[in-house]
Design a binder for this molecule. Structure first.
Ligand code: SIN
Length: 533
């Protein structure tokens, strides 16, 4: 994910919410598109003004419970991807501020880790209540800085808040153990203790949920955190942090810094006070973090890229398969790690599926996420759009055919037409790598064995989907797929109660569910000797 936001050096505007009319991006656009944007950006600007007065549009970092500027006053512009408007300027921080945040988290750990599980649970429950009470506002903030349609953004708030609720409950269920002793004069125990300060590095595609999925279990177990949200979507993180303060989570337990990703990442890795790094993002960055964590032997949890196969068997219910593939592929305009990346369709149902699926894709409404009826927002930035274009061109040059879409949307900016492609081959980029855009490549296959072989022919192993009405096949194929998550006759499988994570190069560890909290816990063995009576 490329950082394309502009950094403004030494400007005294840091912290000020600047609502500019139209960026240079937009003024250089085609005249008719520019008129459309002017109309679209009005709603976005109204939203920004309302959010500002609600106190949820924060534009400073949070360190030790204080809203803070960068030492050198550098800022980064946060823009609305649907319009190019600058929504806010946030501090562009680096090593010094990150070290301050680490010290704050370290100090807070000494008290937070000693609170009772019931106390932590209460704080988290309060935070959950506040997230839900501000669901609309947080959803608007997500649409404003990330672009996803408002309904989907509000859905993300419910999804994201659910991790806080779940781990507020799970906080009370971190049990130790008594081990049957092999020697009569000894008593053997297992204590579960928090890992310590956690560096939390999150992506732009789910500005809230990727934070709460990590911070929920971290705080529940007694850890404290330094969050580095994506520079593209820091405002939701700051609003969530504001609500954490209102919930009574003590100063320093939650810190948020943003800016120079390399400097912040390196500072988190270098510090021996940071005992764990948890990251969601690209496999390339995940590998670097894993290598960097080796120096201080930090624990890592990595939720990395996917290349999800979605297998439609001849015996699938067509409507269920179309709905499932559509939901999985086009959620967040194709910008999730679990989006169907390769739609493998068995020969007997191929034509029928391609036709029904294309009809459904044709009806997806593209536009500004604040407009009514929109289900596909813009891509996050120009780099994301160019990547999609490169993949589509590569496929066309190798013989793929575009059934529908296949180009930038007439709305301009970073909108891309929902696309369906056929004649796909394994050597094409869109078969090998994560597309992260609204492009659905259809691959035909003949047998179940071939489908499993094609599905597993990748270094990724996050999510896979199968559509079949044969119960034996659904079980057999689920077992054969080298993936951490399998959806059977369902394209939307993410939930706070089930483990989320990948096999192979899709990552290490699991988030959500009862397994999620283990990632933030050290297991300590205590042996009591001389216990003979
Ligand atoms: C992701 O894209 O990394 C997360 C998707 C999800 O939580 O469903």
């Amino acid at each position: 994910m490329t950082l394309t936001r502009r950094v403004i050096s030494g400007m005294a505007v840091s912290g000020a919410i600047k609502l500019l009319s139209l960026s240079s991006h937009v003024t250089s656009m085609h005249r008719s598109s520019a008129i459309l944007y002017r109309q679209m950006s009005t709603e976005a600007q109204n939203v920004a003004t309302r959010l500002k007065s609600s106190g949820l549009l924060r534009s400073q970092a949070l360190i030790a419970g204080k809203w803070t500027e960068a030492y050198d006053k550098k800022v980064i512009e946060v823009t609305n991807p649907a319009t190019g408007d600058v929504v806010a300027n946030v501090p562009c921080m680096g090593v010094r501020e990150t070290n301050d945040a680490i010290s704050a988290a370290h100090e807070a750990f000494s008290t937070w880790s000693k609170t009772t599980a019931a106390e932590r649970s209460k704080c988290l429950r309060k935070w959950y209540d506040l997230l839900i009470a501000n669901k609309e506002e947080l959803g608007q903030l997500i649409t404003l800085e990330q672009g996803k349609p408002l309904k989907e953004a509000i859905g993300e708030v419910s999804y994201g808040a659910a991790f806080i609720e779940f781990f507020s409950e799970e906080a009370k269920r971190v049990y130790g153990e008594i081990i049957p002793t092999p020697l009569s004069d000894r008593r053997l125990f297992v204590l579960k203790q928090p890992v310590g300060v956690v560096g939390v590095i999150t992506p732009w595609n789910f500005p809230l949920a990727m934070i709460t999925r990590k911070v929920g279990p971290a705080l529940a177990s007694g850890c404290t955190v330094v969050i580095k949200p994506s520079e593209l979507t820091p405002l939701t993180a700051l609003a969530a942090a504001e609500l954490s303060i209102q919930a009574g989570i003590p100063p320093g337990a939650v810190n948020v810094v943003m800016g120079n990703a390399t400097e912040i990442g390196d500072a988190l890795l270098a510090s021996s006070e940071v005992r764990k790094i948890t990251f969601t993002g690209s496999t390339a960055v995940g590998k670097k973090l894993m290598a960097g964590a080796a120096n201080t032997v930090k624990r890592v949890s990595l939720e990395l890229g996917g290349n999800a196969p979605c297998i439609i068997f001849d015996d699938a219910d067509l409507d269920v398969a179309v709905k499932g593939a559509l939901g999985s592929k086009f959620r967040n305009s194709g910008q999730t790690c679990v989006c169907a990346n390769r739609i493998l369709v068995q020969e007997g149902i191929y034509e029928e599926f391609a036709s029904a699926f294309s009809n459904a894709v044709q009806n997806l409404q593209v536009g500004d996420g604040f407009a009514d009826g929109i289900v596909q927002g813009p891509l996050i930035n120009e780099a994301g759009l160019q990547k999609v274009e490169t993949f589509v061109q590569d496929a066309i040059s190798k013989g793929a055919k575009v059934l529908i879409g296949g180009r930038r949307h007439r709305l301009g900016m970073t909108f891309y037409e929902p696309t369906v492609m056929t004649n796909i081959k394994s050597e094409m980029l869109l078969s090998r790598e994560e597309i992260f855009g609204p492009v659905a490549p259809l691959h035909p296959f003949r047998t179940e064995d071939e489908a499993i072989r094609l599905a597993n022919d990748t270094n990724a192993g996050l999510a896979a989907y199968i559509f079949t009405t044969n119960i034996q096949r659904s079980w057999r194929v689920s077992e054969a797929l080298e993936y951490g998550i399998v959806g059977v006759n369902e394209g939307l499988v993410s939930t706070e109660v089930a483990p989320f994570g990948g096999f192979k190069q899709s990552g290490i560890g699991r988030e959500g569910s009862k397994y999620g909290i283990d990632e933030y816990i050290e297991v300590k063995y205590v042996c009591l000797g001389n216990m003979q009576s």
